[in-house]
Design a protein around this ligand. Structure first.
Ligand SMILES: *Cc1c(COP(=O)(O)O)cnc(C)c1O
Length: 395
């Protein structure tokens, strides 16, 4: 990194805000106005035709929303960024904007549950062929990509078994086949991983998770080249899945502490993963920071921290053990979310893969008793004591 280039912690606080600060305010205002008025008809025309910066109608663009997009864009080192009301809003906008009937997508089996539904249920209805490969089988992914595809869609680390794929290697394969390479960077955040620098064309986030970090606002954002982002924006402005200005403000405010939160969550997660790995009641722990993780070497190469999410299986793999265990945790919301300042736990059956049948989950290698543990920013000693207590009480 260039010496004069601000570091991520500084960018998280300052980036993207300057031109939106109103009358000396030090915080970006929440602009609730649905439309933007022009006394000068010629200026209105220039803005409408994209020749001059400005806003016309809130479904298309909004100053608060734009400040949020700018912060993420700068942190991901991208030319352009656009947002949507949710992570799924931006994922579906991207796929439907970039694909046409007759096209083919190659992806992995472990994508987020909602994304998987787009691949298995919706895209095929538009005669878009989808091939889902075993997530860490790089040779097969490369071979499928080489047969020809328009989009290579990746996610790393994945939800909920935190598998890691080699983004640089697969981006090369994607480009050799002329495909657009999209990476869901939700779990890593720009603090831990930079997909665009690893060669991806587009990096996206469910901002609902780590970017916002406080579990109080939904949002999605995608970053990449001007040309690709423009196509996605154009689809999103018409489908109407617009990010709300109030949500944009909450996400923007949450992002100011992104570096601090992620650093703490990286540390906590690694300590907890080590603790669980050595606990007699635990069958297996999944965390990219563990030497025992199947893709630890790739993770070490492409990530600067291993993230705040881990998952584990209790011995005697059964949903009944979960029923006993989860309510005993004091410092963990049992809820369908992750990436918050509070620790959040949940089984995939009720969270990331609630859209799938037990058979589909089994086919994806997700045991019914898997627990996803999204580590918060609490003191790790308290979280470990909490886990230790709950584990000692189960039969
Ligand atoms: C939650 C999540 C999504 C979907 O985001 P929403 O904001 O809930 O629509 C997409 N990808 C990943 C990895 C997620 O965790």
């Amino acid at each position: 990194m260039d010496d004069k280039q601000p570091r991520p912690g500084t960018l998280a606080v300052w980036a993207g805000e300057e031109s939106y600060l109103l009358q000396g305010s030090t915080q970006v205002p929440v602009v609730h106005s649905v439309s933007f008025g022009y006394k000068d008809l010629d200026q209105w025309l220039r803005v409408a035709q994209g020749e001059e910066e400005g806003h016309i109608y809130g479904r298309n663009t909004n100053p608060t929303v734009h400040a949020f997009e700018e912060k993420v864009r700068i942190m991901e080192g991208a030319q352009a960024a656009t947002s949507a009301a949710t992570g799924m809003g931006i994922i579906s906008s991207a796929l439907f904007a970039l694909l046409s009937p007759g096209d083919r997508v190659v992806s992995i089996k472990d994508t987020y549950g909602g994304t998987n539904v787009i691949f298995t249920e919706f895209l095929p209805r538009f005669r878009i062929d989808v091939t889902l490969c075993d997530t860490t089988d790089h040779e097969t992914i490369e071979a499928e990509v080489a047969k020809g595809c328009q989009v290579l869609y990746l996610e790393s680390p994945t939800n909920p078994t935190v598998k890691v794929v080699d983004l640089a290697r697969l981006a090369r394969a994607g480009h050799a086949a002329g495909a657009i390479v999209i990476v869901d960077n939700t779990f890593a955040t720009p603090i831990n991983q930079s997909p665009l620098q690893l060669g991806a064309d587009l990096a996206l986030h469910s901002a609902t998770k780590f970017l916002g970090g406080h579990a109080d606002a939904l949002g999605g954002v995608i970053c990449g080249t001007e040309a690709l982002v423009e196509r996605i924006y154009h689809f999103r402005e018409i489908n109407g899945a617009t990010l709300h200005p109030m949500a944009a403000y909450l996400l923007l405010r949450g992002m100011k502490t992104l570096k601090l939160r992620i650093r703490q969550q990286n540390e906590n997660a690694l300590k907890i993963a080590h603790f669980l790995e050595s606990h007699p009641h635990i069958e297996k722990v999944f965390y990219p920071g563990l030497e025992s993780h199947e893709n630890h070497r790739i993770a070490r190469r492409q990530m600067s921290g291993f993230g705040g999410v881990l998952s584990f299986i209790l011995k005697g793999d059964s949903f009944a053990t979960l029923r006993e265990f989860l309510p005993r945790l004091r410092y963990a919301h049992a809820a369908a979310n992750l990436g918050a300042v509070e620790t959040v736990v949940g089984p995939p059956a009720t969270t990331s893969h609630v859209e799938c049948t037990p058979e589909e989950r089994a086919a994806m290698g997700i045991p019914e008793s898997l627990i996803r543990y999204s580590v918060g920013i609490e003191d790790s000693d308290d979280l470990i004591a909490d886990l230790e207590g709950a584990l000692s009480e189960i039969s």
